[in-house]
Design a protein around this ligand. Structure first.
Ligand code: FAD
Ligand code: NAD
Length: 509
């Protein structure tokens, strides 16, 4: 069935998420980069062939436009003529053609739901799907609120109370192992948004508060009973007659994938050099935001580049790599540290590099499906990283060496082009000296003549040399991250060497 939009038409410029990447990319012809596409969309050229008109499209009409030279795709009820975009699609024409003349929403969500198609394809908008009236069974709630019996039992609930100076919102999550990674709170102006992650679902409290509150928001979590308290300080010590007006998604439990990404503006507080082309960016969260990016998860950064919203994923790291590490706070707020390689012709990273200290950038909620518990139950941990594929390994390494008591050996095999490209080399070497469980091996693909260490790219022989169980039947976890071909080849070699799917975790988009 077609996904028909419930929002106003044309689409509001809501959560817009753009990026190239993630999926296997195909080489694009010269002149077909994202920047070239943005230029074409700004050129005033009629990209739909409809001379600026928007039409209502029936399913039959959509189905007729199923050829490369005449290709329409429906995403969330809006129909786009993607023919002009074919050559610019990082995933290639064939990927786009899979949805030709049909509703491509599910396919799109599976591949890269964070891509900001609304902004990217706005000049290709043909119109929206003609709404087919669907008779809803009597008494049925709107779709997002329909919960099965078991889901209903698991649905969190909330309550609130006040003192002269405080408002406390209590969320009963009905989840025993609640922790700070699972609670994300933002309060901007009078708008409060509290998201609780419950397995693969997200519960939301979202209100326009009755009165203004102060900037600092406290969050208390009673982990064992799954109770979360959001404590707000009243700006004026007056009695509140109500908590506030519920917003659209208030008190809903949705699949995490179906919850739009939420962004808040973070201030760039420092930018330090890590190598000749890689920098550590420190972004300060607003005082009213409670957000912790779990190990192995990434966030999306959003910037407007040449009038188009562009979004790219980045994996937060720690500011440095000591043992017994406690997450520091910078100045008066919590910070997110990002280690980012600046590509000389990179669209997003060039714009990032031009940000000045004090500038703001939008940062999303975390995403990713890595589970720390996999590390806790392993005896041997192997981390295969290439270039900035090192970033997810940073928190992982810290967690493994400080909190995973079963682990006997942790080995990082770090692939880079040259010695100058190795990120945090001396910190890694020091860590290896300080903790006998940790070992690091650098492998260079383009070394100078002076390099006496290992050379080459990922291969079966290199992996069989470095990835070995410490005991015949020891429990192993192998995490791999880097350029897509590196990760894909690595996974294949590991499988050929006899490691099972469950023993391998590949970081991808
Ligand atoms: P683009 O304009 O897209 O590309 C310009 C040129 O840069 C390309 O022609 C190519 O030469 C080079 N280039 C671009 N992207 C890549 C790439 N992915 N691999 C190799 N060369 C490329 N990057 C970080 O630096 N730090 C991170 O923590 C980080 N985390 C990520 C997490 C995830 C889940 C994913 C999928 C990617 C992550 N990346 C990270 C990559 C990041 O999202 C961008 O792809 C990268 O910053 C390039 O963006 P750009 O717009 O500057 O380059
Ligand atoms: P790079 O170009 O500097 O290459 C680093 C090493 O990767 C090379 O020395 C080589 O050993 C290996 N490599 C590169 N291309 C290869 C290929 N085609 N086949 C086999 N091995 C290859 O790397 P970079 O510019 O730092 O790129 C890092 C990559 O990691 C980016 O693609 C980025 O998107 C990805 N990344 C992904 C995540 C994630 O969570 N999914 C996080 C961070 C970075």
């Amino acid at each position: 069935m077609l996904n028909v939009p419930t929002q106003a038409f044309p689409a509001p410029s809501s959560q817009q998420r753009v990026a190239a990447g993630g999926r296997a990319k195909v080489p694009l012809k010269p002149g077909r980069s994202l920047m070239d596409w943005i230029r074409l969309t700004k050129s005033g050229k009629d990209l739909t062939g409809l001379k600026g008109r928007l039409i209502e499209v029936t399913e039959d009409e959509l189905a007729k436009h199923n050829k490369k030279e005449d290709c329409w795709i429906c995403i969330r009820g809006f129909v786009y003529n993607v023919t002009p975009y074919m050559e610019y699609h990082p995933g290639g024409e064939d990927e786009l053609m899979k949805a030709a003349g049909t509703d491509g929403t599910d396919l799109f969500d599976q591949v890269h739901r964070w891509v900001n198609y609304e902004s990217m394809l706005k000049e290709c908008l043909v119109g929206r799907m003609a709404v087919k009236p669907v008779a809803a069974p009597k008494g049925m709630l709107p779709e997002k609120k329909v919960l099965g019996a078991s889901a209903k039992d698991l649905t969190p609930s909330y309550d609130w109370f006040q003192t002269d100076s405080l408002i406390t919102i209590v969320i009963y999550t009905k989840q025993k192992d609640m922790n700070g990674d699972l609670v994300i709170v933002d309060c901007q102006d009078k708008r409060l948004r509290g998201e609780i992650i419950v397995g693969d679902h997200s519960y939301l409290v979202e209100l326009d508060l009755y009165q203004a509150v102060q900037e600092d928001v406290a969050v208390n979590i009673a982990e064992k009973v799954g109770k979360v308290e959001i404590i707000l300080k009243k700006k004026d010590n007056i009695h509140w007659k109500m908590l506030g007006q519920p917003l659209e998604s208030h008190n809903t439990l949705l699949k995490r994938m179906d919850r739009g990404l939420f962004y808040r503006k973070c201030k760039l507080v420092s930018k330090t050099e890590v190598t000749h082309d890689t920098k550590l960016f420190c972004l300060m969260l607003p005082k009213s935001t409670h957000l912790h990016v779990p190990t192995g998860q990434h966030v999306y950064l959003k910037q407007i580049i040449a009038g188009t919203e562009v979004v790219k994923p980045y994996t937060p790291v720690l500011p440095f790599l000591p043992l017994d590490f406690k997450e520091p706070s910078c100045h008066d707020g919590a910070c997110i540290y990002l280690m980012i390689k600046i590509y000389s012709c990179g669209l997003f990273t060039q714009a990032l590099n031009h940000l000045q200290i004090g500038d703001y950038i939008s940062v999303s909620n975390p995403e990713g499906n890595f589970k720390k518990s996999q590390v806790q139950t392993s005896e041997d941990l192997f981390l295969l990283a290439a270039g900035t594929g090192f970033t997810p390994m940073v928190k992982l390494l810290n967690f493994a060496l400080t909190e995973a008591s079963c682990l006997r050996a942790v080995k990082l095999i770090f692939f880079n082009k040259t010695e100058d490209d190795i990120l945090w080399r001396s910190q890694l070497e020091q860590l290896a000296l300080r903790d006998e469980r940790f070992e690091v091996q650098f492998i260079l693909s383009q070394p100078t003549k002076d390099w006496t260490g290992k050379q080459g790219k990922i291969s079966s022989s290199l992996l069989s040399e470095f990835v070995k169980r410490s005991r015949k039947d020891s429990k192993v976890l192998i995490c791999i991250c880097g350029p897509t071909p590196f990760t894909e080849q690595g996974v294949q070699y590991l499988k050929d060497l006899g490691y099972s799917q469950e023993e391998i975790y590949a970081f991808t988009a």
